[in-house]
Ligand binder design. Structure first.
Ligand code: CAA
Length: 295
């Protein structure tokens, strides 16, 4: 585990969904105290149950694969607090927001965070496409502390953190964010604030093209995915990956890119939008491109 050479002791994770859960796990394993905040008690309960399972399972893995000694399981779990009001978050050194991709919700949360964390604390967002500059614009003078910290799913496995500098973000905030990402065992790579940043600007057109190829009957979904896995050495094909990310999330990201980059080439494929309209959101709903029977 990397040594924590930052001044950060406590990380607040805002949102107990899939990404928030993963970020909180990585932070607790990296010896940070963690406060997970969500307005939904159900979401907090699910997050806590999942942490118990996943962190206990880490004790079965060797250290080089992210494993921890069995004796560390309880201390790691004890470092995570679950709260549904914002006041305990005031004790954190950093907040990482990981709620759904909704600009109005993020603006509201950042407004509250700026009033709760009034010192030098970093106010990071895990947004996958929404402009950091626009989010920062909602917090007045605290805008220089707002930064993008884009993690990848599954967070405990994926090495990258894309660090995004908005127009108002100070260089000091970027440097402290890079140090924090390293202390979390991740590889931070900077990008500037354009819709989709780098990761989704390159990934989403590939996923979209997979849907167009399917829609045009070039090949069946399984064959599209196998071709990209075996031919390009991807761990998942584009359609399987879209199911993993969530088809609705893919459409949202593409809408943000098409609007933000003023270019219709980023618009989501009609078939992809149709599956979302049919409620087939991917793995999380049990059906997307493929079916996922409950285990
Ligand atoms: N949480 C923690 N660990 C997990 C996990 C999860 N949700 N899912 C899988 N893992 C771990 C497993 O425990 C396993 O660890 P060991 O090798 O130490 O046993 C390892 O990952 C491999 O898992 P599996 O053997 O079960 O399955 P796999 O070999 O098929 O790998 C995968 C699964 C890691 C998800 C792999 O398929 C993969 O890397 N897929 C691509 C993922 C990807 O591209 N993510 C980015 C999506 S884009 C995004 O997140 C950002 C955005 O803005 C949209």
């Amino acid at each position: 585990m990397p040594e924590n050479t930052t001044e950060v002791k406590t990380i607040a994770v805002i949102g107990a969904g899939q990404m928030g859960e993963g970020i909180a796990q990585v932070a607790a394993v990296s010896r940070f105290s963690v406060i997970v905040y969500d307005v939904s008690s159900d979401a907090l309960r699910r997050c806590q149950e999942s942490h118990k399972k996943r962190i206990t399972k880490l004790s079965e893995k060797p250290p080089e694969k992210g494993g921890i000694p069995p004796a560390d399981v309880e201390p790691v779990l004890a470092r995570i607090k679950y709260v549904h009001n914002l006041s305990p978050v005031g004790g954190a050194d950093v907040a990482i927001e990981a709620v759904v991709e909704n600009f109005d919700l993020k603006k509201k949360i950042f407004h509250e965070l700026a009033h709760t964390l009034t010192g030098r604390q970093i106010l990071a967002t895990n947004t996958s496409s929404i402009g950091i500059t626009s989010i920062a614009a909602s917090v007045g003078a605290a805008a220089e502390r707002v930064v993008g910290m884009h993690f990848f799913n599954p967070v405990p496995v994926m090495k990258l953190v894309e660090v995004i500098k908005g127009i108002q973000t100070s260089q000091e905030t970027v440097e402290r964010t890079i140090a924090l990402a390293k202390a979390l065992g991740k590889t931070p790579i900077p990008a500037n604030d354009r819709a989709g940043f780098i990761s989704n600007r390159v990934l989403m057109p590939m996923i979209n093209e997979g849907f167009y190829a399917w829609m045009e009957g070039v090949a069946e979904p399984r064959n599209i995915d196998e071709i990209m896995k075996l031919g390009c050495n991807f761990p998942m094909g584009p359609l399987e990956l879209a199911d993993f990310i969530g088809l609705d999330t893919c459409v949202n990201i593409m809408d943000v890119m098409a609007d933000g980059l003023n270019d219709d080439r980023y618009r989501a494929c009609p078939l992809l939008k149709q599956l979302v309209a049919a409620g087939r959101m991917g793995k999380k709903t049990g059906r997307g491109v493929y079916e996922y029977p409950k285990a």
